[in-house]
Design a protein around this ligand. Structure first.
Ligand code: URP
Ligand code: ZN
Ligand code: ZN
Length: 475
C-alpha cells in the first residue's frame, strides 16, 4: 500500500523565503512530507528540471459580478477559475459587491449562489461596501467579518460605488475595531467627472481619452487622501491596482513615516501604456481599465516597487468584458463616449507567466519574491495562510509545477477564459505552469484542463496578518 496519494519527485521547490530540492508527499489533499527519497505514491509526477511553486493566489478579480447597467461580465466562476488554473493559480478572491440600497448580507448570499456548483478552484470573497448605512456598519459588517469575510473594498470613484471622506472614515474605524482590512480604489471622482465633461464637450470621445480623463494627479491626490484618512483612524489600508509613479511616491512617503500602507499592482501597469488605448478604430477599448495604464516611467517605478518591497500583492484585477459584444466593450452607449466603455481587462491566466518571464527570467526579481507576490503575501494579508500560499507540512497541496524555460507566444486562442481577446496578444514569455494541482488533484497538465465544476470550496478568511517587503520594518 503506497504511503502517499501522490509524490512529486525531484523538483526544485520555492517558498517566499527558500529554494530547495525536495520530493513532496501528498495525502488527503495536503502536503504531508518534504524530503528527498520519499517512498512511493499511488500517483507520481516527475518534476526533474521543473520548479514546484505554491499555486497562485489571485486576490483581486471580478467574476460574474453584477454591473448595474447593460454590460455583463464574460467570466463566471466556472470559466474564471478554469482560466486561472491553467495559468498556475489555485485560489481566487473575487468581490461580493453591495449595490447602493442593498443589504450586504443579501449581496453575499447572491454571490454564493453564483459560485456554487461552478468553481473549480477554492475561493474566498472580499466585500465591496458602497452603502455604509448604520445597519451595515453596526450589524452586517461585524457579523460578516466574524463569518470569514475580513477584507472589503471601497471606492473613491465611480458614481454608483464611491464613498465620501466621512463615510470612508466610518468604514476605516469599523475595520480597526473588528480587525479587518480595507482595500481602497484611489482615484479622485470629481477630477475625473470634471475632465470627462470637458473632453466630451470638445468631442474627444474615443477610447484613448479614458486615460486623459484619469490622469496621475487624480490617482495621486486620492492615494494621499486615503493615506491621511487611515492615519487619522490609525488603521492599515491596502491601496489596490496602483498604476502610476506619482501614487507610488505617496505610498513611499507614507511608509517612510511608519504608516501601515500596503499596496497592490497588476500586469497592466507593467506591460501596457496609455498608448495602447490609442489603437486604431475602437480597439483601444480593449485596454480601458481604471486606473488606466500610464507611461514607461511609471512602468519602471512599478518594477522598482515590486523589487524593493513597496508592493506586497500582484493581482490580475481580471474584469472580463468581451470586445465584440453589445454587452461588453461595445455596449451601445460606448460609441458616444469613452466614459461608457465597461472598465476592466482580462488577465487571470496571463498574470503569473508575465511576471515570471519579465520578473524572474529577466532578472528583475528573484524566485522567492515572485512567490511572495504571486501567492504568499496575499494569503497572509487576507487571512488564508498557512493553508494557502506556501509549501509546508499541513498546507493544502495547491501547487503549480513550472517549466521555467517553456517559451510561449501569448494568443487568446491558447487561453481558457470566456473573453474574445487578450491585451497581451503576441507577447512572448518564457516560463509557464505545466501542471496545476488543487488540494492534490491535477486540474491542468500537459495542455489539458480536467476538473469538475463545483469542486472548488469556499474559504473563510481569518483576520489579516501583516507582511513586509525586503528592507522594511515589520508593521
Ligand atoms: O477597470 C477596472 N479596474 N475594473 C474593475 C473594477 C475595479 O475598480 O477594480
Ligand atoms: Zn478598483
Ligand atoms: Zn478590480
Amino acid at each position: 500500500m503506497p504511503e502517499f496519494d501522490l509524490v512529486i519527485r525531484g523538483g526544485t521547490a520555492a517558498t517566499a523565503v527558500d529554494v530547495f530540492r525536495t520530493d513532496i508527499g501528498v495525502r488527503d489533499g495536503r502536503v504531508v512530507a518534504l524530503a528527498d527519497g520519499l517512498s512511493s505514491g499511488r500517483h507520481e509526477i516527475d518534476a526533474r528540471d521543473l520548479l514546484v511553486l505554491p499555486g497562485g493566489v489571485d486576490a483581486h478579480c471580478h467574476l460574474d459580478q453584477p454591473t448595474g447597467d447593460e454590460s455583463v461580465m464574460a467570466d463566471d466562476f466556472e470559466s474564471g477559475t478554469r482560466s486561472a488554473a491553467c495559468g498556475g493559480t489555485t485560489t481566487l478572491m473575487p468581490f461580493a459587491a453591495q449595490m447602493k440600497g442593498q443589504s450586504l448580507r443579501e449581496a453575499v448570499a447572491d454571490y454564493h449562489r453564483r459560485a456554487e456548483g461552478k468553481a473549480v478552484l477554492d475561493y474566498a470573497f472580499h466585500l465591496i461596501v458602497s452603502d455604509p448605512t448604520p445597519q451595515v456598519l453596526g450589524q452586517e459588517l461585524p457579523a460578516l467579518i466574524r463569518d470569514g469575510y475580513t477584507s472589503f473594498k471601497i471606492y473613491m470613484t465611480y458614481d454608483a460605488l464611491k464613498l465620501n471622506d466621512r463615510q470612508i472614515l466610518d468604514v476605516l474605524a469599523l475595520a480597526r475595531r473588528e480587525r479587518a482590512l480595507v482595500m481602497i480604489h484611489a482615484e479622485n471622482a470629481d477630477c475625473i467627472g470634471w475632465l470627462t465633461e470637458k473632453l466630451e464637450r470638445s468631442g474627444d470621445i474615443a477610447p484613448r481619452f479614458h486615460a486623459t480623463a484619469r490622469p496621475q494627479v487624480a490617482e495621486r491626490e486620492a492615494t494621499h487622501r486615503a493615506i491621511a484618512l487611515a492615519e487619522l483612524v490609525d488603521t492599515p489600508i491596502l491601496i489596490v491596482h496602483v498604476s502610476g509613479r506619482e501614487a507610488i511616491e505617496q505610498i513611499r512617503w507614507a511608509r517612510s513615516r511608519g504608516l501601515r500602507v500596503y499596496a497592490e499592482t497588476c500586469p497592466q501597469y507593467l506591460f501596457l501604456t496609455a498608448d495602447d488605448l490609442a489603437a486604431p478604430g475602437f480597439h483601444g477599448a480593449k485596454c480601458v481599465c481604471s486606473p488606466p495604464p500610464r507611461d514607461r516611467a511609471s512602468q519602471a517605478a512599478v518594477w522598482d516597487g515590486l523589487r524593493d518591497g513597496l508592493f506586497q500583492v500582484f493581482s490580475s484585477d481580471h474584469a472580463p468584458f468581451r470586445y465584440d459584444d453589445p454587452k461588453g466593450k461595445k455596449v451601445p452607449k460606448a460609441a458616444a463616449s469613452f466614459a461608457c466603455i465597461p472598465n476592466g481587462i482580462p488577465g487571470l491566466e496571463t498574470r503569473l507567466p508575465l511576471l515570471f518571464s519579465a520578473g524572474v527570467n529577466d532578472g528583475r526579481i528573484d524566485l522567492c519574491q515572485f512567490v511572495a507576490l504571486a501567492a504568499t503575501n496575499a494569503a497572509k494579508m487576507y487571512g488564508l495562510y498557512p493553508r494557502k500560499g506556501s509549501i509546508a507540512i499541513g498546507a493544502d497541496a495547491d501547487l503549480a509545477i513550472w517549466d521555467p524555460n517553456r517559451e510561449i507566444t501569448i494568443a487568446n486562442d491558447l487561453l481558457h477564459h470566456n473573453v474574445d481577446y487578450t491585451p497581451y496578444e503576441g507577447a512572448r514569455v518564457r516560463g509557464w505552469p505545466v501542471t496545476t494541482l488543487s488540494r492534490g488533484e491535477v486540474v491542468w497538465a500537459d495542455g489539458a484542463f480536467s476538473a469538475a465544476p463545483g469542486r472548488g470550496r469556499f474559504l473563510r478568511c481569518d483576520h489579516p496578518q501583516s507582511v513586509r517587503g525586503p528592507g522594511e520594518r515589520q508593521a
